[in-house]
Design a protein. Structure first.
Length: 67
């Protein structure tokens, strides 16, 4: 499933799993950079989604305020 079709909640859960990996027994230095890059991309995607949601809320709020 692409990042675009996942909900913010799903992405947050996935990010939580990635963060937990760093504290797990499965952690290896060889895989750390790849996992870090995945987490970084996922965090950026979540941040973008939240900005879009905030913008949508502001637009809706503005419409109600104008009525």
């Amino acid at each position: 499933m692409s990042q675009k079709t996942k909900s913010v909640s799903e992405k947050m859960a996935e990010l939580g799993e990635l963060v937990a990996w760093f504290e797990s027994d499965e952690f290896t230095i060889e895989n750390a950079m790849e996992k870090f890059k995945q987490a970084e991309e996922l965090a950026a995607s979540i941040e973008n989604d939240l900005k879009n949601i905030k913008n949508d809320i502001n637009i809706i709020k503005k419409r109600f305020d104008e009525e």
